[in-house]
Design a protein around this ligand. Structure first.
Ligand SMILES: C[S@@+](CC[C@H](N)C(=O)[O-])C[C@H]1O[C@@H](n2cnc3c(N)ncnc32)[C@H](O)[C@@H]1O
Length: 304
């Protein structure tokens, strides 16, 4: 794949870039470089940008596109490990992560993310770790049910997990057929493919996506200068909930469960919520790019 083949339509571009306040001399880490759309706009404002991606194909394509700019640097790595991957830069003025996969990752059959194109059942964003086929083979049925329920909100998690364990698919279309067999025809969803939720859940498990997000959120205080901002774009309700709760905790708002007679969580925090509510894509953006429909952008600023 060449750099020009690697096309990803950037979501919430203007909103994320404005809220990160890039400027001459500011250093911003783009923890999910992807096609480089956010990085390109951050560079255009005069900032120095370090783009990190765990996918060597994305990193190479974005570096080919942006690498001529002396204020850009690409690095291989997982944003869960920014304290190590970006140790020489810290603290910085801004950190952005735009979660999930990019369109080229989904579209290339060989990457194994697609239920409509035949390829190996891989789904790894980077070169490490077990593939989705290996995950199915080595995970017990109960845990597979949990993965499908928690990450995919799949109502037929049990029969799907049972069939996956029986069939042990190694190809994407084979796995999609297994899901079709496991779900009664009359219960197939109208608007999405019947295997959408299963594929999403397997992808999240294979790539440890929620664990990476947890690690990033926990690292934010050590990544930013005073006045620095962190921005996260989430597409999955579980992820957005994690971001919302972590940012509230950083801002020191009461996070006690409703009904407690007194606040037991803490006082005022070292961060301010820049976005009180998640920023969503405009109607025009959703029309132009349906994937942006589920995007939620939240931003915090370090105060002290
Ligand atoms: C939605 S795309 C980012 C698109 C980018 N903002 C743009 O405008 O083109 C997500 C990218 O993040 C990468 N990625 C996902 N999780 C990651 C992680 N934990 N660490 C590093 N990169 C990650 C994926 O490989 C993918 O290239």
């Amino acid at each position: 794949m060449t750099a020009s083949d690697f096309q990803h339509q950037t979501v919430l571009l203007r909103e994320a870039v404005e809220l990160l306040r890039p400027a001459d001399g500011r250093v911003i880490i783009d923890g999910t470089l992807g096609g480089g759309g956010h990085s390109e706009a951050l560079l255009a404002s005069g900032a120095t940008v370090v783009g990190v991606d765990r996918d060597p194909v994305a990193l190479a394509a974005a570096t080919a596109r942006l690498g001529a700019n002396p204020r850009f640097q690409g690095r291989a790595g997982n944003f869960a490990e920014l304290p190590r991957v970006a140790a020489d830069l810290l603290p910085v003025d801004g950190v952005l992560v735009d979660l999930g996969v990019s369109s080229p990752q989904l579209d290339v059959a060989e990457r194994g993310f697609s239920f409509s194109k035949d390829g190996p059942l891989d789904m790894r964003m980077g070169p490490d770790g077990p593939t989705a086929a290996e995950l199915i083979a080595t995970t017990d049925e109960r845990e597979l049910v949990r993965i499908l329920k928690d990450y995919g909100e799949e109502p037929f998690a049990r029969p799907i997990a049972r069939e996956l364990k029986k069939a042990l698919p190694t190809r994407t279309l084979e796995a999609a057929e297994v899901v079709k067999r496991a779900v009664p025809r009359k219960a197939w969803p109208n608007r999405i493919h019947v295997a959408t939720r299963t594929f999403q859940a397997l992808r999240m498990a294979v790539n440890g996506e929620l664990e990476a997000l947890d690690a990033l959120l926990a690292a934010i205080p050590g990544l930013l200068k005073v006045g620095g901002r962190a921005a996260v774009i989430a597409f999955h309700s579980l992820e957005d909930r994690k971001v919302k709760e972590a940012f509230r905790a950083l801002a020191g708002r009461c996070t006690c469960p409703p009904g407690l007679p007194v606040c037991v969580c803490s006082g005022v925090g070292d961060f301010a919520l820049v976005t009180k509510k998640a920023v969503a894509a405009s109607e025009a953006e959703v029309e132009a790019n349906p994937r942006s429909r589920s995007a939620h952008l939240r931003v915090v600023e370090k105060l002290r």
